[in-house]
Write a protein that binds this ligand. Structure first.
Ligand code: F6P
Length: 358
């Protein structure tokens, strides 16, 4: 029997996950492994084990698909993160049950494709003696340990497309269109999507805003003869004297969202202009991955198998200086990469007349 390697996708889905799975399967077959895909994230590790054997036939044509063919969840028995970085512990008994399943199936190592929370769980499994390799994933692009994650480019492309569409309706009606986007505590999606889509105002968590400054920027645009304005609001953005708008607690994290509504109301009140809100929500996570995400996902999947071959367990694939490398998972968890408020991207945006409402 061939040695077996396990793979699972955990946390929120994103475009490019199937490219990773295909990369893992094709590279693993080439290097003599059989791949076991566990369904619905870590939950598939629980007895009796919910899995399927993945081979090149089963991964044929999946690269163009959004989501993940083996399912995912950001809840369940293995959640190892509670809110802003506080670490919860996966019960030892749950880890032991997973170990039994892996032993029973002859799985020597696990490739875990997930975000910061999933890497926290991966670290605990590794510390308990289950060999793991991490593959970072998030549309938020907010992991310090990797310069880029797949999924981000697809989310940005979606925001750009939405802004292109909203531009024509905003100018036709001389309205302000407020667009709320995802990104959790980081403003990367708003910043990149906003620049690419020609936004006039971008509000991000890293630069708290002032409603009067937003209103003033819109009035200046009106006075200059502009017909409409596009305002992109990251879900984690907040007013200088306000708080982030939270929905509820789910999967060990607060779900953010709702700030767009407040911003739209305040703009209407302070400018007297017709203002409409569009919340892009999970549209940013769905659909086919972009070229970049297919290639990055493939490279990450292949690298994970190479790391397994070389015995680099406890490490996470990482993109640095245009190369796919690896870092210890222990160094990667709980380290967020936020938008530098005075960085080059923000300066570029300001120089193309984008206001941050500050
Ligand atoms: O981390 C990815 C992300 O899409 C965030 O941008 C967003 O805040 C969150 O997940 C939404 O999570 P859920 O799918 O649980 O609503």
């Amino acid at each position: 029997m061939k040695p077996r390697i396990g793979v699972l996708t955990s946390g929120g889905d994103c475009p490019g996950l199937n490219a990773v799975l295909r990369g893992v399967v094709l590279a693993a077959e080439k290097h003599g492994w059989e791949v076991v895909g566990f369904r619905d994230g870590f939950e598939g590790l629980l007895p009796p084990g919910d899995y399927l054997v993945l081979d090149h036939k089963g991964t044929n044509g999946i690269m163009a698909l959004g989501g993940t063919i083996i399912g995912t969840t950001n809840r369940g028995h293995f959640v190892a993160k509670i809110g802003g970085g506080d670490r919860a512990v996966v019960p030892a008994e749950v880890i032991e049950r997973a170990r039994e399943v892996l032993t029973e199936l002859g799985v020597k190592a696990l490739i875990i494709v997930g975000g910061d929370g999933s890497m926290t769980t991966a670290l605990q499994l590794q510390e308990a003696g289950i060999d793991c390799i991490g593959v970072p994933k998030t549309i938020d692009n907010d992991l310090e340990a990797t310069a880029m994650t797949f999924g981000f480019d697809s989310a940005v492309a979606m925001v750009m497309d939405a802004l292109d569409r909203l531009h024509t309706t905003a100018t036709s009606h001389k309205r302000v269109m407020v667009v709320e986007v995802m990104g959790r505590h980081a403003g990367w999606i708003a910043l990149h999507g906003g620049i690419a889509g020609g936004a006039d105002i971008i509000l991000i968590p890293e630069i708290p805003f002032d409603y009067d400054k937003i209103a003033a920027a819109i009035k200046v645009r009106d006075a200059a003869g502009n017909l409409g304005s596009l305002v992109v609001v990251a879900e984690g953005a907040r007013a200088r004297d306000g708080q982030q708008v939270k929905r509820d607690m789910e999967g060990g994290e607060f779900r953010l969202g709702g700030i767009g509504d407040l911003v739209a109301r305040e703009i209407a009140k302070r400018t007297g202009k017709e203002t409409r809100l569009c919340v892009l929500g999970h549209l940013q996570r769905g659909g086919a991955p972009t070229t970049l995400d297919r290639i990055l996902g493939t490279r990450f999947g292949v690298k994970a198998v190479q790391l397994a071959n070389e015995g680099h367990f406890g490490s996470m694939v990482s993109y640095q200086n245009y190369q796919v490398q690896h870092v210890p998972i222990a160094d990667a968890v709980n380290r967020l990469r936020l938008v530098p408020p005075n960085g080059e991207m923000v300066e570029t945006a300001r120089d193309v007349d984008i206001s941050f409402g500050d």
